[in-house]
Ligand binder design. Structure first.
Ligand code: NCD
Length: 310
């Protein structure tokens, strides 16, 4: 049915073919994302960026993507400056915003916020992170990074290391990788394992899933080591956070024994999980990953708003 006019609230809203379509498009759009080619495909269109939680990369890469396609953005970057402070509901806010532009990109602290927004919005809603729920557009750029490094998503062994309980990027990514039959290894501090429903969803696909507790084994076996930050803001209690804070850190010595082509990814921001010395190793892929946000989001916006590419 094509991606034009579609919502993206969960990575499961897209089939594998549709994900492939976005990834193929993103590869073609790299020269546009680099400013070497230009397009006015989305001229006259407005994208509403409704960010009720902090963001650097996600918001600015959506904004860059839209502008490089000739479109414009209106932005809520500071939720405390909106009428939600006066008690306006999310559904009223969204209903109104859906008349201010051609699509809404929403980041909100409540899990399920994007799905609710999609129900009340007349325009497509793109989930840019809903609490500890999902972050499907991050997943698309994560997949693009893996595909660029290995030429494929099939037969890759991905190890997810970090806060798998509250980390929304891994919830979406694990589901997507399962669609590609990727081998998945999970490693997390005590109490921060993958939620049961995410796990069950992966197991249903027949994907291989195992747990690891030794960093050197996790590094040795992985093609991709996907590291995440402990999501401090999601903990109900500070002492619970203190028990796990700083419990894992990848530095140059952790990478001894890694496959030569192994890549280290991170959705960023990092808060100590990856030592800066890793940046200079050939394994570091997280800044490339952050750049690929632009062509991937350009691809997504082109397909959702125009139904075609530049
Ligand atoms: C992530 C997020 O917001 O979920 N950041 C991002 O979008 N790149 C990861 C995080 O905050 O840890």
């Amino acid at each position: 049915m094509g991606l034009k006019g579609r919502d993206l609230t969960s990575i499961r809203d897209f089939s594998r073919d549709e994900i492939d379509e976005v990834l193929t498009a993103a590869r073609r759009l790299i020269p546009y994302a680099e400013g070497k080619k230009s397009s006015d495909l989305l001229e006259g269109k407005v994208l509403v960026l409704a960010f009720f939680e902090p963001s650097t990369r996600t918001r600015l890469s959506f904004e860059t993507a839209m502008q490089r396609l000739g479109g414009r953005c209106v932005t809520i970057a500071d939720a405390s400056a909106t009428s939600m402070r006066k008690g306006e509901t999310l559904s009223d806010t969204i209903r109104m915003l859906s008349h201010y532009g051609e699509a809404i990109v929403l980041r909100h602290s409540n899990e399920g916020a994007a799905r609710l927004a999609a129900m009340v919005s007349d325009r497509p809603v793109i989930n840019a992170g809903d609490g500890a729920g999902q972050h499907p557009t991050q997943t698309l750029l994560d997949l693009a990074t893996i595909q660029e490094a290995f030429g494929t998503l099939r037969g890759i062994h991905v190890t997810l290391l970090g806060d798998l309980r509250y980390g929304r990027t891994v919830h979406s990514l694990a589901r997507a990788l399962a669609m590609y039959g990727t081998e998945l290894t999970l490693m997390s501090p005590p109490g921060l394992g993958l939620p049961a429903e995410v796990r069950e969803g992966i197991e249903e696909t027949g994907a291989r899933l195992k747990e690891e507790d030794q960093i050197h084994r996790a590094v040795r076996d992985a093609d991709v080591l996907y590291v995440t930050r402990i999501q401090k803001e999601r903990f109900a209690d500070e002492t619970e956070y203190q028990q796990v804070a700083g419990s894992y850190r990848i530095d140059a010595s952790s990478l001894v024994g890694a496959k030569p082509k192994m890549i280290v990814m991170h959705p960023l921001p990092r808060t100590g999980e990856i030592a800066p010395e890793v940046d200079a190793t050939p394994h570091a892929a997280y800044f490339r990953q952050a750049f690929l946000a632009v062509p991937v989001r350009m691809a997504l916006l082109s397909l959702i708003l125009a139904g075609r590419l530049p």
